[in-house]
Structure formats: structure tokens, C-alpha cells
Ligand binder design. Structure first.
Ligand code: AMP
Ligand code: MG
Length: 393
């Protein structure tokens, strides 16, 4: 659904990181000038060597969390980059094991099975952090994003397979254990206490965003700065490819040539941002002539009606992911109010049928220089429509 463009990159010279210019001499005499010449020459050569070392593009992918993770980095040391991207995959799998609502053996499923808890339960940092952010978005969105929606999500999946709407008594039963007031988190003690029996926590709307954010931090700590991490529509962008003004992100459908799928939008994002898209392009069901998404409106217990597509740009992967899910449920005005509570966040609401769109908040996008830039509305949205079929070229 979302792809990013990496047009041919001109490798521009990059000075070695963290090395300041050599201070060869303090007194400028002819004799000193001669003596210092070899020193300056070697410093010059050193810099030239640094300049000439090419930046390799390393692209690796990995299936995890029910999707395909992809990392693209530009780095002078290919082996270093590859080794750390592989380490990143272990990190993604670790987060999956903590937060998955699909895996019976996950820490989250075990926690839910053991509820209600008479005493707080010590949990991993990943589970704690994701739950903390999930509750933050749940409160801010007044329950549009609700991590305790798991019972309804499972019911909705069953109905999707059966091609029917859920019955009232089924919805009522699936709501058992719902409510974030039944969750107590103690960050200092690293514990979670679930007060309700039958609570089914689903972190599917936030955990991938956490994973891409964590991986970003891991790689950046290793000096890998020009990178993009894609967790199946949840992206974190580092510095853009060398010599580029930003990352060109295509927000569209899996098949832009199908008439019903509309035309993707291309955004040029300067970098250092999280970008998450929620949509029903590939996950929807049609029942009695109406199209429903896999995202459930907790107030009705039903999938939201589509088609819909929301892209959020924010400063943190997990927050962007959860905001995109929440905004999918909310009306635009409520979505605007929600975004204002998260500085640096903005949303693009797209009608995937025709690419028409609405911007909420300020999108941190770079203008294109080739005249194809169009500014829309009061917000600074710059976009260009991709020619149909151009995705990935
Ligand atoms: P996303 O694709 O990030 O929008 O996440 C969708 C997933 O979030 C679904 O597959 C469910 O696992 C979960 N989910 C569905 N509805 C909600 C909701 N209202 N609040 C929180 N999570 C939800
Ligand atoms: Mg999400």
C-alpha cells in the first residue's frame, strides 16, 4: 500500500563523521609552512579517502509481525550495515514475541490469559512502553483507539470469514473485559495489572510502529543515519539519501492501475519523521453491499465503513501508528483536536478511489523543485500525482 521511491542517487562527498579539521600549525612562518606541508598533505589525502569511500545502498527484508519489514540504508561500510540490519531483525522478532495478539505464546497473550491479577505482573520494557503509549492515545482519542478492543476484533474477523454482521448478543459478549480503566501500569516497577477477567488486549494498531522506531534508534546508534525502515506501512525515516532533499513516499494502493484504487500521492518528506498509514485497501470485507474495514469502531463494535486511508506524520513511530488507527475511526474535527495534542503530528486523509484528500495540521513536507509542486489549502501540503503504474519505478 505504501512504497517509497529511491531514484538514482548521486553519491556526494561526505566528510568523515566526528573528525574536525586538523590544526597543524599555530605559528605561520615559512619554515613551519614547509614542515607542516606533509602533515597537511596527509590530512588532505585522508579527507580525500573519506570523500571517495562510496556509500553502499543496503536493502534487506524480513517477515515478522504478520507483514514484511524492509530496511534500506546508505552507508560506507556495507558489512557493518548488513550486520546491524540483521541485528535489527532480531529486535523486531523480540517485540513481536512481547506484543503479538496472534501468537499464543506471546507475553501479551500470557498476560491476558492470567487476568484478573491480584498483584501487578512484571513485564518486558517493550510491552510496558507499547501499553503506556497505547493508553495515552486511548485517553487522548476518547476511546477511538482502544487496546482492549481485542474481543471485538476477533468477533469481527469471524464475521468477516462468515460474510455476515455480528449479532447484538455477540457484540455484548465480545465487550467483556473491555475498558482501559481495567489496566494499571506502574512504569517505575515495570508492571502491568489487568483487573478484568476476559480482557483481550490487541496492540496490532501500535506495535509495528514501536518496532520501526526501536530499530531506527538501534541503527542510528551505530552511525547509520541515511535510512528508511518500513514495517508494512509504518515507516521511520532517517536522514535522506545523500544528495537528496528528502524521501519520496508514495501513498497509494497495492494496485494503482485498478480503476477503483485511484492514484497514489507522492510526498517528499525531508526525513527524521515517522509516517504511518492505516487503510482498508487490502483488508476489508463487504457485507450486504457495504464495505467494512479491519479497524473496529469500539463504540459500535463494527468495522468502520470505507474505503478509507489515513496517513499520519509524527515524531515517534508508535504514536504515528496509533494516531493513524485512531483517526480512521474519528470524524475530521475530532481528528484535528486529537492531533493538536501531539505536537509535530499531522494527517492526510485520502479517498483511495480518486486520490482526493484533506490535510489536518501542518505536514512537514519539502517542496519539489521541478514545478510539479502543488500547495493545497491553508496547510503546506506539497504533492505530485504519480502517473498510474509508476509506483516503485
Ligand atoms: P492499523 O493497520 O495500524 O490501523 O491497525 C489495525 C489493527 O489494530 C487491527 O488489525 C486490530 O488488530 C487493531 N484495531 C482495530 N481496531 C482498533 C481500535 N479501534 N483501536 C485499537 N486497535 C484497533
Ligand atoms: Mg496503526
Amino acid at each position: 500500500m505504501m512504497s517509497y521511491f529511491l531514484p538514482p542517487v548521486q553519491m556526494s562527498p561526505i566528510a568523515p563523521q566526528g573528525i574536525s579539521a586538523p590544526q597543524a600549525i599555530s605559528v605561520d612562518t615559512p619554515r613551519n609552512r614547509v614542515r607542516s606541508a606533509p602533515l597537511l598533505l596527509s590530512a588532505f589525502l585522508l579527507l580525500m579517502c573519506g570523500c571517495q569511500s562510496p556509500l553502499h545502498r543496503v536493502h534487506l527484508d524480513h517477515p515478522s509481525m504478520g507483514t514484511r519489514f524492509q530496511i534500506t540504508v546508505f552507508h560506507s561500510d556495507r558489512d557493518h550495515a548488513q550486520a546491524w540490519v540483521r541485528t535489527a531483525w532480531n529486535r523486531v522478532d523480540q517485540i513481536d514475541q512481547a506484543c503479538s495478539d496472534w501468537k499464543e505464546s506471546s507475553e501479551l497473550r500470557q498476560l491476558c490469559r492470567s487476568a484478573p491479577h491480584l498483584k501487578p505482573v512484571v513485564v518486558s520494557t517493550d510491552l510496558l512502553q507499547v501499553m503506556k503509549k497505547a493508553l495515552e492515545i486511548a485517553r487522548a482519542s476518547e476511546g477511538a483507539f482502544d487496546p482492549t478492543v481485542g474481543g471485538l476484533v476477533r468477533l469481527w474477523r469471524r464475521c468477516h470469514r462468515a460474510g455476515r454482521l455480528p449479532r447484538d448478543h455477540e457484540v455484548e459478549k465480545a465487550r467483556k473485559g473491555m475498558g482501559i480503566d481495567g489496566i494499571i501500569i506502574d512504569e517505575a516497577a515495570s508492571t502491568i495489572q489487568l483487573l478484568r477477567e476476559g480482557v483481550a488486549i490487541d496492540l496490532g494498531g501500535i506495535a509495528k510502529g514501536h518496532a520501526v522506531q526501536e530499530v531506527f534508534q538501534l541503527l542510528e546508534q551505530q552511525g547509520i543515519r541515511h535510512l528508511i525502515i518500513d514495517g508494512g506501512g509504518d515507516l521511520v525515516l532517517g536522514d535522506p539519501p545523500p544528495g537528496r532533499r528528502g524521501w519520496r513516499i508514495a501513498i497509494g494502493t497495492s494496485n494503482p492501475q485498478a480503476p477503483s484504487n485511484g492514484t497514489p500521492l507522492k510526498l517528499l518528506i525531508p526525513g527524521r519523521a515517522a509516517v504511518a498509514t492505516s487503510g482498508d485497501a487490502s483488508r476489508f470485507t463487504e457485507i450486504e453491499g457495504r464495505r467494512y474495514s479491519h479497524i473496529v469502531d469500539p463504540s459500535s463494535g463494527l468495522g468502520i465503513e470505507g474505503p478509507h486511508q489515513v496517513t499520519v506524520i509524527s515524531t515517534d513511530g508508535a504514536i504515528a501508528d496509533a494516531l493513524a488507527t485512531a483517526i480512521s475511526v474519528l470524524e475530521p474535527q475530532a481528528a484535528s483536536d486529537l492531533l493538536q495534542r501531539f505536537p509535530g503530528s499531522a494527517a492526510l486523509l485520502v479517498d483511495p478511489r480518486d486520490g482526493s484528500h484533506q490535510v489536518l495540521g501542518e505536514m512537514p513536507l519539502a517542496p519539489n523543485s521541478d514545478g510539479s509542486v502543488v500547495e493545497k489549502g491553508a496547510s503546506a501540503l506539497y504533492y505530485e500525482k504519480c502517473p498510474p503504474g509508476s509506483v516503485g519505478q
